[in-house]
Design a protein around this ligand. Structure first.
Ligand code: AMP
Ligand code: ZN
Length: 474
């Protein structure tokens, strides 16, 4: 049974869905004004692994990932969604494009990159700009209830009217008073009130009509509107990176729960950062790597995927090329083992005696995933299966290769790893056969020459006790 760390309760909790057998999952998706970077992928991979593992455990998951194509301002990380410029509009101006052209381009890029990384596509990717009427409806009701106020065409949520403000992040109004410096919008009553709707300046590129002004929505309201539209009032799981906890998710809770009167989310799952030299990888710090940077260095998307999963989602991870090399080595050994399983023929009689029992691996793998999606531990179980299996294969004692192959495929499916059955080139196979013959004639000098020739071509031959051999990629 899956236990997952819930930011709301600050505990690892047994996962229990609202409706038996079904899970609603919402992921805060990209702001499409720039290329998604490896840090973003660390967060999206958590949602992907969560979904894969829930599906593997028999749940039917409905996954929504929004596309932020309006409203995310350049200072949203430090302010309450009311200062700075719209990130997409700013990019559109600098690239002499329309905001839609900018958003379309980066959304396409994002989807193509997710596909390469074998991240399952969400069932739907709603765009913020297509949900303005839904946002307006929510804002109207919040005004009606006296929980929001309008001034000069701007609408703000009044955080003092939501006593539970701070319950997710610990940033209660009492705590926020201490030492916090915030640029205040002149129309706000309290510094921590956040924007639901802002009147657009004349030069602003993205404007929508509303009862209050020709303007645009605050960043937070879009997720409330889209989560409600596609998943209902209370959802099972909401994911995002650790920087989303405050103010974004705190604001989502305040406005959603005020609007519906219901609990918004049962499980909040936040992925800790991918770092570069100890600092958060981010667009604004210009210290980010894109998928293409990794591919350009000769690494594959699966090697990157494995590298990002080599730390549990609740831990930060420092990005390095060394990390990718390590993942390459691990993936090589997994794929080698997988390839060997196809060609391998056991010595039937002895193999029967030493059957490879798989239950323990399955249990350990499940226990690792159940423990807050502990992907590094799950990977360690796979590597143990590979190493133990290799030993048994070398002795020709592995009696159930088909079963092992199925188990490995199951594990790979949960971690989203695409296994590769390697075809050994004909030339290498011939050289290895030749080498086997000269060895039978005890011509070890020629055998060494042939080994070197094979190695130069990127392969290794490993001899087994019975005079047979295994070919592996170097
Ligand atoms: P953004 O496009 O900036 O809104 O980010 C999209 C998602 O990626 C959000 O859930 C962020 O919290 C997450 N994110 C951004 N940077 C990182 C990072 N360095 N490590 C992990 N997640 C990140
Ligand atoms: Zn969001």
């Amino acid at each position: 049974m899956l236990k997952i760390y819930n930011t709301l309760t600050k505990k690892k909790e047994q996962f229990k869905p609202i409706n038996e057998g079904k899970v609603s999952l919402y992921t805060c998706g990209p702001t499409v004004y720039d290329f998604v970077h490896l840090g973003n992928f660390k967060s999206y991979l958590t949602a992907d692994i969560l979904r894969r593992y829930l599906e593997y455990s028999g749940y039917e998951v409905r996954h929504i990932k929004n596309i932020t194509d309006v409203g995310h301002l350049t200072e949203d990380d430090i302010a309450q969604g009311d200062s700075g410029e719209d990130k997409i509009a700013q990019k559109a101006l600098s690239e002499k494009k329309t905001p839609k052209e900018v958003a379309d381009f980066y959304e396409e890029y994002f989807k193509a990159a997710e596909k390469k990384l074998n991240i399952l596509p969400a069932h739907y990717f709603p765009r913020a700009t297509a949900h303005i009427p839904q946002m307006i409806k929510i804002i109207e009701k919040l005004l009606e209830k006296g929980l929001a106020y309008e001034k000069n065409g701007n609408v703000f949520f009044d955080v003092t009217k939501f006593p539970e403000y701070g319950k997710l992040s610990g940033n209660t109004l009492k705590n926020l008073k201490v030492g916090a410096r915030l640029e205040e919008h002149p129309d706000k009553k309290n510094p921590w009130d956040f924007a639901l709707w802002l009147k657009a300046p004349k030069v602003h590129l993205m404007k929508f009509s509303s009862p209050w002004s020709l303007g645009y929505p605050g960043w937070h309201i879009e997720c409330t509107a889209m989560s409600l539209e596609y998943l209902g009032e209370t959802i099972d799981i909401h994911t995002g990176g650790e920087d989303n906890i405050f103010p974004h998710h705190e604001a989502e809770i305040a406005q959603s729960e005020s609007y519906t009167g219901q609990k918004f989310v049962n499980f909040w799952v936040h992925t800790r950062f991918l770092l570069v030299d100890g600092e958060k990888m981010s667009k604004s710090k210009h210290n980010f790597y894109k998928l293409e940077d990794v591919l350009g260095k000769g690494f594959s998307p699966m090697e990157l995927r494995l590298a990002l999963l080599s730390s549990q989602h609740c831990n930060q991870l420092n990005f390095s090329w060394n990390l990718l090399s390590q993942s390459r080595a691990n993936l090589e050994s997994i794929n080698d083992f997988y390839t060997q399983l196809f060609a391998y023929e056991p010595k039937i009689e002895e193999a029967k005696l030493a059957n490879f029992t798989l239950d323990a691996y399955k249990q350990e793998f499940t226990a690792a995933m159940d423990d807050d999606l502990n992907t590094p531990k799950a990977l360690a179980v796979i590597l143990k299966l590979v190493s133990d299996g290799n030993k048994m294969m070398a002795e020709k004692l592995l009696g159930n290769p088909a079963e092992v192959k199925l188990l490995l495929e199951d594990f790979a499916q949960v971690l989203g790893l695409i296994l590769e059955k390697r075809e050994i080139p004909e030339e290498i196979k011939q050289l290895a056969e030749e080498r086997k013959k000269v060895r039978e004639n005890k011509d070890f000098a020629s055998s060494d020459d042939l080994r070197q020739k094979i190695e130069k071509l990127g392969y290794l031959v490993e001899d087994s006790k019975d005079g047979e051999y295994i070919i592996k990629k170097k």
